[in-house]
Design a protein around this ligand. Sequence first.
Ligand code: G4P
Length: 190
Amino acid sequence: MKELQERIQKDGICINEDILKVDSFINHQVDPVLMEQIGQEFAEHFKDQGITKVATIESSGIAPALMTAHSMGLPLIILKKQPSKVLNDHLFQTEVTSFTKGTSYELTLSSKFISEKDHVLIIDDFLANGEAATGAIRLIRKAHATVAGVGILIEKSFQPGHDKLVAQGFDVYSLARIGHMEAGKIEFIE
Ligand code: G4P
């Protein structure tokens, strides 16, 4: 997506060869106009697939996922990060360990907001090693719902997340795919 790639070139800060800072327009300060365009792009790509809900993992995925849900006329469910397992019959949980952040959490979803009739689109800001997206898929499947696809704002294509998800047969639609980055230089692939 041209608008997102241009914005990354203009305002993204490459901390090192692995980490891109986008806190001025995605995950600390948020640009609502860009988020609306992103929502429309995902809505167009994933239209007519019988999707019933949009899901994201808190917190940085919420803004683009909400705009996607709004464009599609669907509810948004936010998968919560609990620090430890909660014993509760009405909750689905799965453990996620982030390589990027070096942290673990229990991804949590109330059974009130998902059923076996749901066909869910997952939206998230970054795809790196793919642990967060894989955890979201596991959780949705625990609820016997199905996954329609995964929409990502920024994919770091030099890390294994994209290939892991595609190998499992998922439609992964990334709006900006970074093939290589270093201080002062970000290269996209199509
Ligand atoms: P992982 O398997 O290495 O953990 O990668 P994953 O794709 O699951 O991403 C894990 C978390 O790290 C995500 O945050 C993601 O947004 C963040 N992340 C990965 N690479 C980058 C990067 O280059 N820049 C920034 N700014 N963040 C990155 P999260 O767990 O969803 O938390 P939150 O930030 O949304 O609260």
